[in-house]
Design a protein around this ligand. Structure first.
Ligand code: GLN
Length: 612
């Protein structure tokens, strides 16, 4: 949304910062609109726009942020990336240096000896980069350049033909540079076509908003934050930002990085584009230029913004610590219900299963403390689970460190699993992580870790085997004659693997006692959790008791995951007990209440542990 300057109520405090800046500098009319390209002298010196685009694609804007102007030298930074992609870093470095020249942008200065331009941000280097681009199928470079720049803007850009013609008719100095590059062999062919391509590249029409999004794309590792398209390879982003920080503001680059601290690029059309890597992009548009050819208000706005929002690269805070929460499995369990002895063993031994929940961006500085903590805590552990659900992004070196952590600890006998890895999964495996250590979610990871602990107990071998009704936990304390009376009124039901036992919304008219097999309770209805298991019951356990207490319909689906046999206690029988066997009813209710409170205690303990 473009906000009219001075509109009464800025919608957000961030917009308010931009409005204040806009007001502070709107009456500044210092500087001269470029006129050495005659067509540029028509620019309105009052035009002024400020834009910030975040790494996730939100755009804050004030002023003339949608007014088109020519990109000019800002294109140099981006097209350098295309040349790198086309020719590779080594060849480009042989032909174009990366040293600040201290000269004006249009200086006819080449490095003594090699004849290579000092850097790709001055005209000589930019013309060389343009001449090194591959041609498209029709033999034209400008079509590729236009498409490439459009990828950064996230929309189809075009060329201002009048500005192009105007520069082509008067750009004798740039022609001289082109021929010098040809003379020293930096360009391999007649530079005429290269120069026309370069003039057209400089005449690509953009808006202030485009510049902010282009900068945000650079801030986002080359991925356009709105379209999600890869505009440029991440490796080239690093190179582009490096030369922007040392050379992007011409002979004012040293002072710029000192005061503003953001890689940036300006153009004689009045645009400035600045990048805070990993966070945001800034675009400013104001045509009057200072002696170095940088937009006067562009420099001032960026200087103020950097100071007011603490954007200077060398004072920006480090990454968020990646270790968000550590807990163990004595309190937090998998969804699989356990028998009494299993519960007891897990309560005693669960501390040997540790979960580390990670968050944010994984880079060396955030992941190193995780690695250290894992090593410090490893002794005595049986399993370590890294939960990646809140990880937003990761670079390859930090994934490699995690893969090595898994390998190293596994060699020492500690089972390490990673869950909720999503798109990071294949990348972790590519870095050497054992594929078996990836678990889809925390529930599966905890279940596997619990099985490891339980497997040491001889009783585990018999776990899951068929039981008789009297062995069901809830019925165990009943007197034999009561049980026999009940059993006669409880029909048996069988379910094949995959068959539903109850469905969400069904009336709760029976309670189930599992004699054999396994069922899962799964979330139903819309939403991302749909189908996720929230409970697992095995032989000896019972479910469906909540409906006996509150009469509400079933809240979730229950599905047999193995061939399953149950005894079913109909609600009608339960109600008959009021008259026929009141003592039995009290006993049953006691047992049901006990089961519910055990459950509630478990959930409370989990909630407590998860709060950290
Ligand atoms: N097209 C302009 C030139 O080559 C670009 C210069 C600039 O924006 N600094 O002179």
């Amino acid at each position: 949304m473009s906000t009219a300057p001075g509109s009464p109520h800025p919608a957000s405090p961030v917009e308010a910062v931009l409005h204040a800046l806009f007001e502070r500098h709107r009456s500044t009319l210092e500087g001269q609109v470029a006129d050495y390209i005659p067509e540029l002298s028509n620019a309105d010196p009052r035009a002024f726009g400020i834009c910030i685009a975040t790494r996730d694609g939100h755009v804050y804007e004030v002023g003339d942020t949608r007014q088109p102007f020519t990109i000019q030298s800002i294109s140099k930074a981006l097209v350098y990336g295309l040349a790198l992609q086309d020719r590779g870093e080594e060849e480009i470095l042989r032909r174009i240096g990366v040293e600040p020249s201290g000269d004006a942008f249009n200086a006819i200065s080449l490095r003594p000896g090699s004849g290579a331009p000092f850097n790709p941000m001055i005209n000589a280097g930019a013309i060389a980069a343009c001449g090194l681009l591959d041609k498209d199928a029709a033999g034209s470079r400008i079509a590729r350049v236009l498409e490439f720049l459009s990828g950064f803007a996230g929309r189809a850009l075009d060329i201002d033909e009048a500005v192009y013609r105007s520069e082509s008719e008067t750009g004798h100095r740039n022609r001289a540079i082109g021929w010098m590059l040809r003379n020293v062999g930096i360009l391999d062919e007649d530079p005429t076509d290269t120069l026309e391509t370069y003039f057209r590249q400089c005449a690509v029409r953009v808006t202030c908003r485009d510049l902010a999004l282009m900068a945000a794309t650079l801030a986002n590792h080359g991925l356009h934050p709105v379209t999600g398209q890869v505009a440029v390879q991440p490796g080239a982003v690093r190179n582009i930002l490096s030369v922007m920080s040392t050379c992007g503001m011409y002979d004012a680059s040293g002072e710029w990085i000192y005061r503003v601290g953001l890689p940036a690029k300006s153009g004689v059309g009045g645009g400035v584009m600045a990048v805070l890597p990993g966070q945001l992009g800034i675009g400013v548009f104001s045509p009057p230029l200072d002696a170095q050819g940088n937009s006067v208000r562009g420099v001032r706005v960026c200087t103020d913004l950097s100071r007011e929002l603490s954007l200077h690269l060398f004072q920006a805070g480090g990454p968020l610590p990646a270790l968000r929460l550590v807990y163990d499995a004595s309190k937090v369990h998998s969804r699989r219900r356990r028998s009494p002895w299993q519960r007891e063993l897990l309560a005693q031994e669960g501390h040997r299963i540790r979960v580390m929940e990670l968050q944010g961006d994984l880079v060396f500085g955030s992941v190193e403390p995780v690695i250290r903590a894992a090593h410090e805590q490893a002794s005595g552990l049986r399993a370590l689970v890294l939960d990646l659900r809140n990880v937003l992004a990761a670079d390859e070196p930090s994934l490699r460190l995690l893969a090595r952590l898994q390998q190293g600890l596994a060699a020492g006998g500690l089972s390490v699993s990673l869950c909720h890895a999503r798109a990071l999964g294949p990348r972790l495996v590519a870095q050497g992580l054992a594929p078996g250590s990836l678990k889809p979610d925390i529930d599966m990871a905890l279940e596997a870790a619990e099985e490891l602990l339980l497997s040491r107990d001889a009783r585990q071998a018999g776990a899951g085997a068929a039981v008789a009704l009297r062995e069901c936990e809830l019925l165990a304390p009943l007197a034999p004659q009561d049980l026999a009376w009940l059993e006669a009124l409880m029909p048996e039901q069988g379910f094949a693997a995959g068959e539903p036992v109850v469905r969400a919304g069904d009336p709760g008219d029976a309670m189930f006692f599992l004699l054999e097999g396994t069922v899962e309770v799964r979330l139903s209805g819309p939403g991302p959790g749909r189908g996720r298991r929230v409970d697992v019951f095995t032989a000896g356990m019972s479910f469906g008791e909540m409906a006996f207490i509150d009469g509400a319909p079933r809240s979730a689906d229950v599905v047999a995951v193995q061939p399953t046999r149950c005894r079913v206690l109909p609600l009608a029988v339960f109600e008959r007990l009021d008259r026929e066997r009141p003592q039995l009813k009290i006993r049953l209710l006691q047992q049901v209440t006990r089961q519910l409170s055990t459950n509630l205690r478990r959930i409370n303990a989990e909630a407590q542990a998860m709060r950290g």
